[in-house]
Structure formats: C-alpha cells, structure tokens
Design a protein around this ligand. Structure first.
Ligand SMILES: C[S@@+](CC[C@H](N)C(=O)[O-])C[C@H]1O[C@@H](n2cnc3c(N)ncnc32)[C@H](O)[C@@H]1O
Length: 261
C-alpha cells in the first residue's frame, strides 16, 4: 500500500465532511476558552473558515486573520460574509508573516497534528501574541479513537492496512500537547477533552461523506477498489443504524490553552 500525502485541495468536500465536525467541536472549544470580546485573533490553519466564522459569531473580535497553506481553502474562506472583519491569506504555521505582539489570541483548530514541527508552530503563535494573551489548540485524539473516521481506520487495520495519519499525529496526545505548551513558553495551561456526535441519515451517507476525508483519500489511493469495497462491506455489519435508519458517529478531541508568559 502506497499512501499519498494528505492534501486539502477541495473546499466543497472539506465543508461536507470536516466543516460540519469542525463547527460542532469548535463551538465547544470556544465555550471552554471563554475569551473576552473585542480581541485581535489569528486562526492558524483556518482552512475553509469554518472555525473562523464561529469565532466571529461567538467571540465578537475586533478582527481576525485566517492563514492556511491551501490556496483552494483560502479562496473559499475569502467569500465569508464577514469580509470587513476578516482577512484570509496563504501561509504556514511556522512562519507567520506578522510582527511580534500583533494579536491577543492565537488558535489552531484541528491543525497542530498537520504541522511538521509542532513546537515551532506553538512558538510562532506565542511570538505573535501579546504577553498574557491566549494560545490554544485542539486536535482529534488520533491514538485514542477520536477521529471522525476512526471506525473506517480501525477496520482497515483489522484487514492489515495502515491508514494514513496526519504527519505529526504524536502531537494529538494530551501529554505531548502539554509538553509543547510548556516548552513553547506558556503558563496557566489547562486541558480538556471535547466530545461530539454527528448523525447521518443512513450508513451509505456516513460512508460517502466520511470518505471525503483527505486522510482516507490518501489511504485509499494505495488500495485496490475491491479492497476498499471490502472495508465498506465489513463496516456495514458493525456500524449499525438506529430504528429510524440513522447512523450516529462519535468523535473526541484533545484541547489545550495557556497564557503567554
Ligand atoms: C482539518 S483542517 C482544519 C481547518 C480549520 N481550522 C477548521 O477547523 O475547519 C487542517 C488544516 O490545516 C492546514 N495545514 C496543514 N499544514 C499546515 C501548516 N504547516 N500550517 C498551517 N496550516 C496547515 C490544512 O491546509 C487544513 O486547512
């Protein structure tokens, strides 16, 4: 099996799959952060702007910058209805094109485990945030069965395949996140697990939407179509619908926040 790199290059697919999960987890994350209003935010790895829009609606910032390496997702995010308060631009987490102390809050929503050098990413967030400002992140709990596509990945493993994981998946472990926040120069560090659920109208809808996941696309690229069909068939016997035919999937994420020392 030869995995392709995980690529975020289709905004519509992103919105149908991860955008929905991102909004429900992101809102619980923001409730937990409980930031003051009228702050300057940076959303590192903003993708399609799903989390950025949640910040705009719930936290009433004076402005928010979203930055992401994906041209397609940045183009999609730039169509947001809150154009005057948001600025979206292409860029990476370890080289933020901003001066020191430019923001009050920096967040990575479902991004830390994609950054090749997570500690460098945390340090960059600390650099651009003022002393006492907030630096926070959450990621799916990759090794604790928290991914929305966890059942599919698990079935692949049972069949002897290795699903493609985000390149820095180790950074999704709570203990590793705490170490990163400490080494990055943060204090008053707190952590929390975020639990979410999503309902699909039947198994086929769950399968079709979840297979839009960039990680699964990369995994399936190294398998034959018969093998992928086998995964689906075996899973259908395990992920059972309720009496109305709905399929409910749980996911959970590890979240962390701290203040710039
Ligand atoms: C799962 S998506 C999360 C998007 C968004 N934050 C959300 O919650 O909907 C992961 C995002 O991380 C971005 N990403 C990958 N590598 C990155 C890097 N080195 N720096 C910043 N963002 C990165 C991807 O382009 C993608 O948009």
């Amino acid at each position: 099996m030869v995995n392709k790199p995980i690529e975020f290059n289709n905004a519509d697919n992103y919105e149908r799959f991860m955008g929905v999960w991102s909004r429900s987890a992101g809102e619980l994350f923001l409730d937990w952060l409980a930031p003051k209003k009228s702050l300057r935010w940076i959303d590192v790895g903003c993708g399609s702007g799903a989390f950025t829009n949640s910040v705009l609606q719930r936290c009433l910032p004076v402005g928010i910058v979203g930055i992401d390496p994906s041209k397609d997702l940045i183009e999609f995010a730039s169509k947001t209805q809150y154009r005057d308060l948001c600025k979206f631009q292409i860029g990476g987490a370890t080289d933020l094109p901003f001066d020191d102390n430019s923001f009050d809050v920096a967040c990575m929503a479902l991004v830390l485990f994609f950054v090749p050098d997570p500690l460098a990413g945390v340090k960059e967030m600390c650099r651009v945030v003022v002393k006492g400002g907030l630096v926070a992140a959450y990621t799916w709990d990759v090794f604790g069965g928290g991914f929305p596509s966890h059942h599919i990945q698990e079935e692949m493993r049972l069949m002897g395949y290795s699903p493609t994981l985000p390149p820095s998946s180790e950074a999704s472990r709570m203990a590793v996140m705490q170490e990163l926040w400490t080494k990055g120069g943060l204090e008053a560090i707190e952590v929390k697990q975020i639990d979410v659920e999503r309902q699909f109208s039947n198994f086929d809808e769950y399968w079709e939407i979840t297979c839009l996941s960039p990680s699964l696309t990369a995994s399936f690229a190294g398998m034959s179509s018969d093998a992928v069909e086998d995964v689906k068939r075996r899973l259908k016997e395990k992920v059972l619908p309720d009496e109305d035919g709905n399929v409910t999937i749980s996911a959970h994420a590890n979240a962390i926040k701290g203040k710039v020392a």
